[in-house]
Design a protein around this ligand. Structure first.
Ligand code: HEC
Length: 207
């Protein structure tokens, strides 16, 4: 009881008042479960023969997140090793069909791409405009409506989002695989919406 009183008195002395900020760790009377032993990544640990705390995958097992289909994971054809022309059908189906995929893609595009590439894909997003004003032209995102980008295969567009390109960062860690394909669907819709009539005539519609 006395110890508890002393602790309360100490806490009130050192704890400060509501609203004041402190860089000290909070005072915790009973520390069971508060500080728990753990290993940091790459830390040596004696329990296993190889002393690695990060355990390698058991042989013959596959991570649940792993995508087995090469085309869906990379944008490259499994055999041909060339960019696939259109979004894999299985992915479009999983996204609920083309219309749902475009809607999802618009949502994700506006979050992840528009800041640089602009809501309409004209390359005039806020970040690009600021980069231009600061003279950092290498960070200005291009318009998505030029002839070359209108004609790159869907697989290459997907790979651009997945791996990044030159000054553009990769979005593989922020945007899940299906959403990256949904963005591809939406970029195609954006491009069609702004394409000159002549270009529309020989554009293959994704099924
Ligand atoms: C932080 C700004 C930024 C964001 C966000 C961004 N990009 Fe880019 N993007 C760039 C820049 C800068 C380039 C030009 C890279 C270069 O050529 O150095 C580029 C290039 C591209 C290209 C052209 C690649 C080529 O072959 O030349 C495409 C397509 C593209 N981005 C699509 C996207 C999509 C889709 C998203 C959303 C997932 C996105 N970008 C998000 C900055 C951005």
């Amino acid at each position: 009881m006395r110890a508890l009183l002393v602790m309360v008195a100490l806490a009130s002395l050192t704890g400060g008042c509501i609203g004041t900020e402190s860089t000290e760790p909070p005072i915790v009377g009973i520390r069971n479960m508060y500080n728990q032993p753990r290993y940091d990544t790459q830390e040596r640990q004696p329990f296993f023969a190889d002393q690695r705390s990060m355990r390698p995958q058991v042989e013959g097992t596959v991570s649940r997140e792993m995508v087995m289909a090469i085309d869906a994971a990379t944008g490259l054809g499994a055999q041909s090793k060339e960019w696939i022309a259109v979004v894999p059908q299985r992915i479009t189906k999983e996204l609920g069909g083309v219309e749902a995929a475009v809607a999802r893609g618009r949502d994700r595009y506006n979050i992840y791409c528009a800041a640089c590439h602009g809501v309409s894909g004209d390359g005039k997003g806020m970040i690009s405009r600021r980069a231009l004003a600061l003279g950092a032209s290498g960070l200005v995102a291009p318009t998505l409506h030029d002839d070359r980008l209108r004609h790159i295969p869907d697989g290459q567009l997907f790979a651009t989002i997945t791996n990044g390109v030159r000054n553009m960062p990769s979005y593989a860690h922020n945007v899940p695989l299906e959403d990256r394909w949904a963005i591809v669907h939406y970029v195609r819709a954006l491009q069609l919406s702004q394409a000159p009539v002549a270009a529309l005539e020989n554009t293959e519609q994704p099924k």
